[in-house]
Design a protein around this ligand. Sequence first.
Ligand SMILES: Cc1cc2nc3c(=O)[nH]c(=O)nc-3n(C[C@H](O)[C@H](O)[C@H](O)COP(=O)(O)OP(=O)(O)OC[C@H]3O[C@@H](n4cnc5c(N)ncnc54)[C@H](O)[C@@H]3O)c2cc1C
Ligand code: SF4
Length: 612
Amino acid sequence: MSELEGGRRWDVIVVGAGFAGSLVAQKLGEQGWRVLVLEAGHGAPDAGSGHQDAVEAYRSAMAKVPNAPYRTSAVAPSADILDLSGSPEGGYRADGYFVQRGPLPYASGYLRANGGTGLTWTGLTPRMHPEDFRAGDFGQGRNWPIGYDELEPYYRAAEREIGVAADAEEQREGVGLPLPDGYEFPMRAIPRSYLDQVMADALDGKCVQDPTEETPTPLRVVGTPHARNGRPNPGAVDGAMEGAVGSGKLCAGYASCVPICPSQAKYTPLRTQARWGGSVTLVTRAVVSRVRIGGNGRVTGVDYRTYEGDDQPTAVAARTAEADLVVLAAHAIENAKLLLASGAANSSDQVGRNLMDHPVLLTWGLMPQQVGAYRGPGSTSGLEGFRFGAARARRAPFRVEIGNWGWTWALGPPDGRVAELLRSGGPQGRGLFGPQLRRTLGDRIGREFAFQFEMEQDADPANRVTIDDRHRDALGNPRPVLHYDLSEYVKRGIAAAKTVSDQLFALLGAEDHTRFEPGPAWPGYFEYQGRPYAYRAAGHGAGTHIMGDSPATSVVDQWQRCWDHPNLYAVGCGSMPTVATSNPSLTMAALALRSAERMHRDLLARQGVDHL
Ligand SMILES: Cc1cc2nc3c(=O)[nH]c(=O)nc-3n(C[C@H](O)[C@H](O)[C@H](O)COP(=O)(O)OP(=O)(O)OC[C@H]3O[C@@H](n4cnc5c(N)ncnc54)[C@H](O)[C@@H]3O)c2cc1C
Ligand code: SF4
């Protein structure tokens, strides 16, 4: 019994107070279940002073990377993108929490603090398309055990919960999404950036030739759904603004959404936590190390350790909590690690395998005119024409984000460009100073733009998370050991995307500054068919407790319930059989809400209540 919780037995233990865990706890708490949420990280930032502290930490951080505003803990380490660097001779070095073994690096991070990675995320919330649930029909990846139609009501519920801003008609026409008749998003679409409008003027109605397609692909700039406060939509149905509660204001275009929105216009899981009822108990600084399994395959609870402090944790205490149902919601990689460390749910040998992300090809350049770079959310529109259709049998499909934040993701913030001009921006490679420097900067920075080609990665069992006794963290918990690579399918997609990019630059009359070479800035550098490429990663880890319709080939069933343990759920992107080309968290949220209904029914059944 848990000392901390006074020997109380819980209905449900949720491991992780991030995106998925906060939603599940909210829904089960609403039904009156006694829910214990164990969160490895510290409690701040809350919606008030904690948020201000995080904004201050971000302001004073040298490297404005996703985890910069948040204190990290030595006993619940986070994966940080600064852990990776490329080598001049090719290859990469990984010096952080992950132990990396693959030919190419898994280049995404995540945050272990209350609220999880949903504190630092960008907040883009496109739905998956019906075709995305049937990747296996194209000979690539797996089919889902459920289809779009089964998830559709939960997409609406997730959009309400999160408070999504989008234009339903644009999503129907521009993406081909079958939204129900009369459906309106809770908030009106976030206005397009000026760059989006310039792009639309130049590209809409034109075509480019994808080398893997027989016919040219028509172009259309389409707005992207956002989890950030826009104007409420009067056409939306009752309760449609659930996600826009708290101190969040309208999105005002600060352009620092990753990692933190000063005005709290961006949704974070702390908003959902603000609505938790009295039956939900959150314990922070509580690192779960093992799921306890009883004799009959049912799980009985978890082992965890509490601590005080952050950098130098003290008062570490081992504890146990018991419950009728355990929900792992610790992030795709941490869920897999916990299952492996517990010897749980792995009769299929699929735990930790099929690790997926969205490898991102970046291309960047200067538009012929000023486009107002570095304003608004990171991306407000994209090109959707490369996501679907027969070509996905031949190469990874991709979604193209139009990047509002200049060259930041490719080359870092503009101060790097200032240093370069100071060093060698003038005639004969001499430095530029004074008015000339100001003029050049004024001219160039406002013309910067980038395309972000987000590739679907296929589920490859060889891409995996394992654990190894030789690699442990400060609490003695295993560190994730990763093997990661890009398949021929993904590399073909990246090569096709680069060809598309070349044509887009020509249509825009833009100067292309894209250049990939091995070196510290590009750990994801590789060569394919004699040409250089590199990728960044989107932070969209998925697939590690893959969902399916057979216990022989998958870890969880369509409810995210482990086949091997009827009262153990693993929720989050780790359940996704395909990661498609859409940012995954809205789909993950819809899945979590659907699973919470099933958990409720399981709990009633356990109590012998007829719920049918
Ligand atoms: C920079 C960045 C930008 C992103 N942008 C987008 C976007 O625009 N759109 C989108 O759809 N997705 C985006 N994502 C992905 C999105 O953030 C994740 O899909 C989402 O946060 C995953 O939710 P989760 O609940 O599974 O995990 P997390 O949000 O990571 O939460 C897991 C929680 O579990 C806790 N935990 C971990 N281990 C333990 C343990 N042993 N014991 C107890 N607690 C534990 C963690 O501290 C954390 O609070 C982005 C990610 C990054 C990194
Ligand atoms: S653009 Fe600014 S106000 Fe809007 S979500 Fe991003 S940081 Fe917040």
